[in-house]
Design a protein around this ligand. Structure first.
Ligand code: MLT
Length: 210
């Protein structure tokens, strides 16, 4: 079996004095493992960070799973790639000192969607997740026991890809499986919103230890 760590990624050790949650950063389509690194100082200063690159190329652009067309996911590939990412996180725990259930996934767009699939398929893997510009990953999500897992969802009122009803469906799917969902809407589009990021930093600082 190929080494699950054998994918481009950045791993940053926790800096002394840092107390916030370790982060699993998951970029959007066309991004890479460096894209979201600036969020570390904003969200969890000095925290340990894992930031992998998506292993699927769409017209040369890295992403975390295949889609059939915009907004229509190849759900079989989504699940397979979520399992691949789970293997990466588990292997990285040994090498980089980021034990499972210590990491909060922070995903943007395609990264948020793979983070949701990771939560649903591997509920014990993460301490929580912050999902930005997040869509509904599965038409029929797996029956997962999320047992109080904290999840923040921050989508834009003007996001052309995600009507409010779809955000509410995603949140309902997560709540129905036991997640404690915090909704942080913003007036923008398919983007990271500065005020929402500030609120996310406060949410991260208040997370219960799992
Ligand atoms: C996705 O495919 O995950 C979403 O459509 C977001 C994107 O990558 O455009």
């Amino acid at each position: 079996m190929a080494d699950p760590l054998d994918r481009p990624h950045v791993a940053l050790p926790r800096e002394s004095g840092s107390t916030g949650p370790s982060l699993l950063l998951l970029h959007g389509t066309g991004g890479d493992e460096h894209d979201l690194l600036p969020l570390r100082e904003l969200l969890s200063p000095g925290a340990a960070v894992l930031s992998p690159r998506g292993t699927v190329l769409e017209q040369g652009m890295p992403r975390f799973f295949r889609r059939l067309r915009e907004g229509v996911f190849d759900e079989e590939d989504l699940s397979a790639r979520a399992d691949e990412l789970a293997a990466f996180v588990t292997a990285a725990a040994e090498v980089h000192g980021t034990p499972p259930a210590s990491l909060v996934a922070v995903g943007f767009s395609n990264g948020a969607n793979i983070a949701s699939a990771l939560l649903l398929r591997h509920p014990a893997l993460l301490r929580g997740a912050a999902l930005f510009a997040a869509m509904v990953p599965y038409a029929e999500p797996p029956a997962a026991e999320l047992a109080g897992l904290p999840v923040l969802v921050s989508n834009g009122a003007r996001d052309p890809m995600i009507p409010r009803a779809r955000t509410e469906l995603l949140e309902r799917q997560l709540r129905d499986r036991g997640a404690v969902v915090t909704d942080v809407p913003h007036p923008g589009g398919h983007q990271l919103d500065p005020e929402a990021l500030r609120r996310t930093a406060g949410w991260l600082a208040s997370l219960p230890t799992r």
